[in-house]
Ligand binder design. Structure first.
Ligand SMILES: Cc1cc2nc3c(=O)[nH]c(=O)nc-3n(C[C@H](O)[C@H](O)[C@H](O)COP(=O)(O)OP(=O)(O)OC[C@H]3O[C@@H](n4cnc5c(N)ncnc54)[C@H](O)[C@@H]3O)c2cc1C
Ligand code: FES
Length: 274
């Protein structure tokens, strides 16, 4: 059954987490079994009375109390209104929707490449790997313009204790690597070829990462990207989120790279940037 009517969601708490970004804690009233089965990388629709709905990803998946977290940037009308609310406010919720990151059932060397707020959809997966719930060895390259634009400060401190976590900056930051995440790919591949690559960030970064990984020997069917499109219904009805012949709200937002190539959205023919 298509979930079109928002359910009640309560804003529990929030704190600033990066420039113009906030970490929100929410509680779904009377969570459903499907909420507990959320996969990292899936998304939900957040409704604010008078401002409509917008899609956001889970930083942590709903627990048995319906509690979960999200990292939300202040970009337009809905997020501005959200930033004005106080704890206790009642909002609307639909989800979980779409396809999340692949599930790994055997030991895998996984490379994660994230840019800016693109770290948020990967957070659930990183937490599961850090707490040894997943049979994966993760290495992360996280690129940001500068320190102030980095997000998920508390989570990053935790992840750095549990995995190789490289931070890079477009602008010079004392004592930190400078440059695009792409500059780290070849050296990391030389140490250990990953079995799979997961990437989320600006589309230019994802395309260049995917193309570079292919040229370094990773098959396109071992690369996954999370694609952002405008979404209205979230359930494959309105047609706003099309990517080639697919709807990102249902067939994505996480796509395997070879499938995106088949949809003629991204292609290996683009020269790697960086
Ligand atoms: C699957 C998915 C997951 C997302 N997860 C998150 C998340 O975890 N955190 C977060 O902060 N944001 C996330 N977003 C983006 C978020 O949904 C948009 O920024 C949303 O439009 C904010 O609503 P608004 O009313 O505040 O801004 P709007 O007024 O809708 O938009 C502000 C500006 O952003 C542009 N814009 C809006 N949506 C998109 C889009 N999809 N692609 C390109 N440009 C767009 C608009 O043209 C406008 O210039 C996600 C989007 C998708 C599709
Ligand atoms: S958002 Fe309506 S079809 Fe995808």
């Amino acid at each position: 059954m298509l979930e079109l009517t928002p359910r009640k969601l309560r804003l529990l708490d929030y704190y600033d987490d990066g420039e113009d970004a906030r970490h929100f804690s929410f509680a779904i009233e009377s969570p459903w079994v499907s909420d507990l089965q959320t996969i990292a990388g899936q998304f939900f629709m957040l409704a604010l009375p008078g401002f409509g709905e917008a899609p956001f990803t889970y930083v942590s998946r709903p627990d048995s109390q319906g509690h979960f977290n999200a990292l939300i940037r202040r970009t337009g009308a809905l997020s501005n209104a959200l930033f004005e609310l106080s704890a206790g406010a009642v909002l609307g919720y639909r989800g979980p929707f779409g396809k999340g990151w692949p599930l790994f059932f055997s030991t895998h060397q996984v490379l994660v490449v994230a840019g800016g707020c693109g770290l948020a959809p990967l957070a659930g997966l990183l937490d599961e790997a850090a707490s040894l719930q997943l049979p994966v060895h993760l290495r992360v390259i996280y690129g940001a313009r500068r320190q102030a634009t980095q997000v998920l400060g508390r989570e990053r401190e935790r992840w750095k204790q549990a995995m190789d976590f490289i931070e890079t900056f477009d602008l010079a930051v004392a004592g930190q690597p400078q440059g695009s995440p792409l500059t780290h790919l070849a050296p990391l591949f030389a140490k250990q070829m990953p079995d799979a690559v997961l990437c989320c960030g600006p589309q230019a970064l994802m395309q260049a990462t995917a193309d570079s990984c292919v040229s370094l020997g990773i098959p396109a069917n071992k690369i996954w990207l999370s694609m952002e499109r405008r979404m209205h219904c979230g359930v494959g009805l309105c047609g706003h989120c099309y990517i080639g012949a697919s709807y990102a709200c249902v067939d994505g937002p996480v796509y395997r790279y070879d499938r995106l190539q088949a949809l003629q959205v991204l292609s290996c023919e683009h020269a790697p940037a960086g």
